[in-house]
Design a protein around this ligand. Structure first.
Ligand code: ADP
Ligand code: ADP
Ligand code: MG
Length: 666
């Protein structure tokens, strides 16, 4: 085994590799870009080398420099993770030439599988079933057109050098072929510097089922069963599981053996994944082989009890596989949800920003979190927008799915738009629970998975209001304690007014909607006037200052409130709602006064009361005149209604922010 290795990657995979190294007593060397100077992977490793500026080209893709650092640090091997240099045959060859072990397959195997077309040709030789299609060298239009015709539409045009779902076009009819090929070639040239494409039958409602394989240098090769990765957007995976639901033991063995045969054909060593596309009837076809550790490898680890990074290290160090096929068994079921900084509402567009608030479910035998970020970190435009992988395990699929829903609900991220709500919607979908999977699942169930935004509920508004009250209380208590006179009336938090019913109004905005919640303080609870009616609330702010224990009309629940400027984010039961806190006093005060705010805009004296209780008013009717700083302000009616009560009389002094009178809206 190695004493020291360099991890040529960043983010969650660098952290994940470091974790196994730590357990095995292998020292680790990190590399990092300027943007990652304080990143988790840097802190987790024993030493770290700066590569250069943030862009990957100038940092994580600099193979020569990384090799130099491996030499300098005395690392005996390099783990490339996934992405970046992991499938770069030239880099693997350079490692070999430098006498540093590349923790991955032999250069020849990377090259053989680097082109999807060449890989298919090799697999055809090995009698691995292929999707009907053309994967030849000839790229002229007539050849491709003829191939498409022979296959029958719809067809899929794929970049031979493709990966990450890029350079792929579905072509439905002969008329679309020319444009489809041109588009795929353009994208392929831009992304991979190679515009060669292949043509395949486009299967309808297929499943993506892949087999984890492993081989050593002693002629042993095994499969560690399958993963179902059918839940995809833009041909990219978001939710994976193992084992694949509904697959028979026979089919599992056939696919496993086909994958091992594929690996043997190319003299494979190390971890690899053979991706198949499977029809609903169970027929399966080779798609491609990924010659590296896969993002979703943890689900395999959870059901087999093996550590695949440990296997990689042992195999790379020349040891035999830790386990033979007969000893590998499936235990239970695992899911992985990829938590991305992206906006499902905007076609899953990647998002950036600072992780202002981050709380994850507790890890344990059932829940694992692979992540490379901490609260306060920036999700930048330079790298993959994946924030974390949430992996859950239980004895069967139903129980594991419940864990998944629960853990997703407990995952809290504020500051960056994420796909968490979307993932929860998938996990809650009956078709998903039924294991009715296909790669078009997201499109097919789009309406339910991405429902139109609903106005915020009274429950959420009540939590927001209660949260604000508890926070204000806590702050006032703190001030009172500091002021030396805890009984000063200025520290009173039960409303702003002592001689009548204490009440106060909080203003929020939910999207386009302006909302007001009036709070009536009682001895040990408050009554809230919410859009849907009155609610009795009480609660407690927990010592962390973010969480509240609430009792809403006798229903107890837990919520987290995070303040970001004038935004208040309410997190509860897996939902996340963003409300804007409005202060009618500070936002366009003039306007508010003119349009008839019922709140005193500043400290002053009442010099006239122009209405009586019970009187009907129209918008704009003058109600009261307040004198402050030698200026007169007329308080006017904001909406038609009836004057319910007048809270101050002529000559009284009022504080800023107090409610001067109450008008019930008509
Ligand atoms: P998996 O994602 O399961 O590892 P794929 O066959 O989908 O397998 O390939 C994804 C590979 O491409 C990974 O190495 C990943 O790092 C990389 N990748 C995926 N999406 C992107 C992206 N948007 N930009 C750059 N690299 C990506
Ligand atoms: P990548 O290298 O980008 O991972 P793949 O060949 O693995 O490319 O395909 C990615 C995804 O595209 C698959 O998981 C599947 O959802 C879809 N796909 C690929 N080939 C086909 C096909 N012949 N028919 C239908 N869908 C396909
Ligand atoms: Mg793939």
């Amino acid at each position: 085994m190695f004493d020291k290795i360099l991890i040529a990657n960043r983010g969650e995979i660098a952290c994940r590799v470091a974790r196994t190294c730590k357990r095995l007593g292998v020292r680790t060397v990190a590399v990092y870009s300027e943007a990652d100077a304080n990143a988790r992977h840097v802190l987790l490793c024993d030493e770290a080398y700066l590569l250069g500026p943030a862009p990957s080209r100038e940092s994580y893709l600099r193979g020569e420099l990384i090799l130099e650092m491996a030499r300098q640090s005395g690392a005996q091997a390099i783990h490339p993770g996934y992405g970046f240099l992991s499938e770069n045959a030239d880099f693997a060859a350079a490692c070999e030439a430098a006498g540093i072990v590349f923790i991955g397959p032999p250069v020849g195997a990377i090259r053989a599988m680097g082109s999807k077309s060449a890989a298919k040709a090799i697999m055809a030789e090995a009698a691995v079933p292929l999707v009907p299609g053309y994967h030849g060298e000839n790229q002229d239009y007539a050849t491709l057109e003829q191939a498409a015709q022979a296959i029958g539409y719809p067809v899929l045009i794929k970049a031979s050098a493709g990966g990450g779902g890029k350079g792929m076009r579905v072509v439905e009819t002969a008329e679309q072929l020319k444009n489809g090929i041109a588009a795929a070639k353009r994208e392929a040239a831009a992304a991979f510097g190679d515009d060669r494409v292949l043509v395949e039958k486009y299967l309808l409602k297929p499943r993506h089922i892949e087999i984890q394989v492993f081989a050593d240098r002693h002629g042993n090769a095994v499969y560690l069963f399958e993963r179902d990765c059918s839940i995809q957007r833009r041909h990219q995976k978001v939710l994976e599981e193992a084992p694949a639901p509904g697959i028979s033991a026979d089919r599992r063995r056939q696919m496993g053996e086909a994958a091992v045969a594929a690996a043997r054909t190319i003299g494979y060593v190390g971890a690899g994944t053979v991706e198949f596309i499977a029809q609903q009837d169970g027929a399966f076809f080779f798609m491609e082989m990924n010659t590296r550790l896969q993002v979703e490898h943890p689900v395999t680890e959870m059901i087999t009890g093996q550590d695949l990074v440990e296997w990689q290290l042992r195999v790379a160090a020349g040891e035999p596989l830790p386990c033979s096929q007969e000893h590998l068994v499936i235990n239970g079921h695992a899911f992985e949800a990829r938590i991305y900084a992206e906006d499902p509402e905007r076609d899953f567009l990647p998002a950036t920003g600072r992780l202002e608030y981050l709380r994850t479910p507790a890890e344990g035998p059932h829940v694992r979190i692979d992540t490379g970020v901490s609260q306060g970190d920036e999700v930048s435009m330079h790298y993959d927008p994946m924030i974390a992988k949430l992996i859950v395990w239980d004895r069967d699929r139903d129980n594991a799915l419940r864990r998944l829903r629960q853990s997703l609900a407990e995952y809290q991220v504020v500051g960056v738009t994420t796909n968490l709500t979307f993932l929860s919607a998938v996990a809650a979908h009956p078709a998903f629970a039924a294991g009715d999977l296909n790669t078009g699942f997201i499109e097919q169930h789009r309406a339910e998975l991405l429902p139109d935004k609903q106005p915020v509920s009274d429950r959420i508004l009540a939590l927001a209001t209660l949260g604000r009250l508890l926070k204000v209380n806590a702050e006032a208590a703190g001030r009172a304690a500091r002021s030396g006179d805890p009984w000063s009336p200025w520290h009173s938090t039960t409303g702003w007014h002592l001689n009548e019913e204490p009440r106060h109004t909080l203003y929020f905005r939910d999207g386009e909607r302006d909302l007001a919640v009036t709070v009536h303080y009682r001895a040990d609870h408050s009554l809230l006037d919410l859009p849907g009616g009155r609610m009795t609330v009480r609660g407690e702010l927990l010592p962390n200052g973010n969480d509240i224990l609430a009792d809403l009309d006798g229903v107890r629940l837990h919520a987290t409130l995070v303040r970001q400027g004038d935004e208040l984010i309410v997190l509860t039961q897996g939902e996340s709602h963003r409300l804007t806190l409005r202060n009618p006093l500070t936002e366009g005060m003039e306007d508010e006064v003119d349009s008839g705010s019922l709140v005193s805009p500043m400290p002053g004296a009442i010099i006239a009361v122009l209405v009586e209780a019970g009187q009907k008013v129209k918008p704009g009717d003058p109600l009261m005149i307040l004198e402050a700083m030698k200026m007169e302000h007329t308080i006017t009616a904001p909406y038609p209604g009836q004057v319910d009560s007048i809270r101050y009389q002529v000559g009284e002094q009022v504080q800023e922010g107090v409610e001067l009178l109450v008008i019930s809206e008509e």
